[in-house]
Design a protein around this ligand. Sequence first.
Ligand code: MG
Length: 171
Amino acid sequence: MRCNHDGGTSARPLLFLDVDGPLNPYAGPRRALYRAGYRRHRLEFDVMLRRSHGAALLALPFELVWATTWEYDANISIAPRIGLPELPFVEWPETTPEYGGVYFKTACLVDYAAGRPFAWVDDEIADADREFVAEHHRGPALLHHVDPAVGMSEEDFAALTVWGSRVGPIQ
Ligand SMILES: [Mg+2]
C-alpha cells in the first residue's frame, strides 16, 4: 500500500478532486473567469474560485475526496469559500516518483480506491495515467481531464453525473 486508504463510508463511487486547474483555473484569463462567476481570493497567493462549484459538487452522485497537493489545507482554505463541508483527503507520500509519464498521484489514487469505482478530475491526467489505471484498478474508473484555463464547466459536471449514475451504488 503506497498511500492512505480509508475505503470510504458510502456506497457511492469516489470522486477524487484536484484543486488547481478544476476549481482554481490558474491558466485562465482573469476577465473571462470573472464573467463566468469566479472571484479572486487572496490566500498565500491569489486563487480564483466559483462559489457555485460547491453545490454542484455536492449534487453529484459521488463521495467527494480531496486529491490535491493542498491536502488537509483544502478543507481550511478552499471548502468554506465554495460551501463544501470538510472532506476526506488523500495524503501523498514523502517521495512521489513519477515514472513512465505516470503522474505522481495516480498510483496513490488506485491504492486509496482499493477496487472501488472512482472518477478523478484533474488538469494533469494523460494517457499514461489512463493506461496505469486500466492495468492496476479492478473497478470502473473515469479519468476526467479538466482544462486549467476554464475550470470545471457544465459539461464536466454533466459527464460526471452520467458516469456516476451509470456506475450507481455498489451492491
Ligand atoms: Mg491540478
